[in-house]
Design a protein around this ligand. Structure first.
Ligand SMILES: C[S@@+](CC[C@H](N)C(=O)[O-])C[C@H]1O[C@@H](n2cnc3c(N)ncnc32)[C@H](O)[C@@H]1O
Length: 297
């Protein structure tokens, strides 16, 4: 299956406010947003796209335009490449591409047998199998609660630890079967392993910490009047984004009424934008997307 870019026109319309500006696409993926940004800017404009997945760029649909550069690196390294206040717009389209789930060798999907890896960057860090076969039961439980909001975290963690004694957990289906076998609710529409796979993916890629770090950097490298667009796919990401740009209440005197406090650094110019019914109909994956847009003051 191809990857369909989510909220494509809406996000790029907010992002491009100067056709000769310098922009960053933090999540190249399969180049959906990158392509539209490139066709929306003038040759004097410039786009730099990041993706930590080395395979993202192998699919290179794009010709290497003169005003375009790709960097195979995590977006939390933004400040190694850009000076403060030098960029006009930054976009994050978080999470996974549909193509990650299609490639069984990447280990993201509980529907296809593959090595239990789940790393965006297969050249760095450890695959999920290494961690899951050595982590303490309590650690596994905490990850399932924290990143998957999985109410059966305790029994899943126990089953993993018990069953790995007989045979190390090396594949996606092995893990999915362990979860399915002990999962109390059997008639749900969603697969019992859905939340666990999300939790392990977030953990193994350090997704939430990297998002926090990169927002910090994005807020520095963006110019005054520059735009930051973030498309999130679950509440853990969206809460980080929302709270990052909230005014720092502690820095105001206590006697100032809360509703009179405005952030001096960023203004939220679009909150909680969701895909249209038409987009959700065409691309089911877009249904959980939430876009927020901020302008640096
Ligand atoms: C939803 S896809 C982006 C899709 C893209 N906008 C498109 O239209 O083709 C998210 C991408 O972000 C990448 N990614 C996830 N975390 C990242 C990080 N910390 N740094 C850089 N890229 C990351 C993933 O490898 C994936 O390719």
């Amino acid at each position: 299956m191809l990857h369909f870019p989510v909220l494509l026109e809406e996000s790029v319309e907010f992002l491009i406010h100067k056709k000769n500006g310098h922009y960053i696409d933090c999540t190249y993926g399969r180049g959906g947003h990158t392509s539209l940004i490139l066709s929306s800017i003038l040759p004097e404009g410039f786009l730099t796209s990041f993706d930590k997945d080395p395979e993202a760029f192998n699919h290179g649909l794009l010709k290497r335009d003169k005003n375009f550069k790709i960097i195979n690196e995590s977006f939390c390294k933004l400040n190694s490449y850009f000076l403060d206040e030098t960029v006009d717009g930054i976009i994050f389209d978080l999470g996974t591409c549909s193509t990650h789930f299609d490639d069984k060798e990447r280990g993201f999907s509980f529907r296809q047998e593959g090595p239990l890896d789940m790393r965006f960057n297969t050249l760095k860090g450890i695959p999920l199998s290494t961690w899951i076969n050595s982590a303490k039961e309590l650690e596994i439980r905490d990850i399932l609660y924290k990143f998957g909001d999985e109410k059966h975290a305790k029994i899943i963690a126990r089953a993993i630890v018990n069953l790995r004694k007989d045979k190390p957990i090396e594949t996606t289906i092995q893990l999915a079967d362990i979860i399915e076998d002990i999962y109390p609710e059997r008639k749900n529409k969603t697969h019992p392993a859905t939340k666990s796979f999300q939790a392990f993916r977030i953990f193994i890629n350090n997704e939430l910490d990297e998002l926090k770090e990169s927002l910090e950097m994005a807020s520095k490298v963006i110019k005054k009047n520059g735009i930051i667009v973030v498309i999130s796919f679950h509440s853990l990401e969206d809460n980080i984004v929302k709270n990052f740009f909230k005014p720092d209440i502690k820095s105001y005197p206590k006697d100032i009424p809360l509703n009179s406090i405005e952030d001096k650094k960023f203004k939220c110019i679009a909150r909680k934008i969701r895909p249209s019914e038409e987009e959700v109909h065409k691309n089911k994956r877009s249904r959980s997307a939430i876009m927020r847009v901020f302008k640096k003051l």
